[in-house]
Design a protein around this ligand. Structure first.
Ligand SMILES: Nc1ncnc2c1ncn2[C@@H]1O[C@H](COP(=O)(O)OP(=O)(O)OP(=O)(O)O)[C@@H](O)[C@H]1O
Length: 130
């Protein structure tokens, strides 16, 4: 961690904000197995989308669902880290509540993505095989 990483004041330039945002994404990707899983799933879905020649509307629904899941996972990661920082890894009923609600948020988004994926891919796969 260099001196810049110990900054606690507001960013003075947009480039600093961008720099910290990118480093946040890198840390989340490195530390969160679920985030890596969601990104791998997105790549697989995109490949399938190319093979099945999705329309522009279908691509937009798929991308919206994927972005919602990834944003939820990032927000959940931030919540988990905040709970760990505040509780110092000790059990606290409110810490449990926050983490469980955060996990619920990701689940809701993931179910939405699954439903969208089923609406788009199931009929296309059905026509392909039957
Ligand atoms: N400080 C704490 N106090 C109370 N309960 C906690 C605390 N930390 C974790 N827990 C409980 O343990 C569960 C798992 O915590 P963890 O931090 O591993 O989250 P997770 O949901 O497994 O994260 P991930 O999204 O990485 O799978 C939480 O959902 C919560 O019920």
């Amino acid at each position: 961690m260099d001196l810049k990483d110990k900054q606690t004041t507001k960013n003075k330039h947009f480039s600093y904000s961008l720099d910290f945002a990118i480093s946040g994404l890198k840390v989340a990707f490195k530390e969160e197995r679920n985030l890596r899983f969601h990104i791998c799933s997105l790549i697989a879905v995109c490949l399938l989308g190319v093979i099945l020649k999705l329309s522009l509307n279908e691509w937009l629904w798929i991308l919206l669902s994927a972005v919602l899941v990834i944003v939820a996972e990032l927000a959940n990661t931030a919540l988990e880290n905040t709970v760990d920082m505040v509780t110092n890894y000790h059990f606290h009923p409110l810490g449990k509540k926050v983490k469980d609600i955060g996990a619920g948020m990701v689940l809701v988004q993931a179910l939405f993505a699954l439903i969208v994926g089923c609406f788009i891919f199931v009929p296309k796969l059905y026509h392909l095989f039957f």
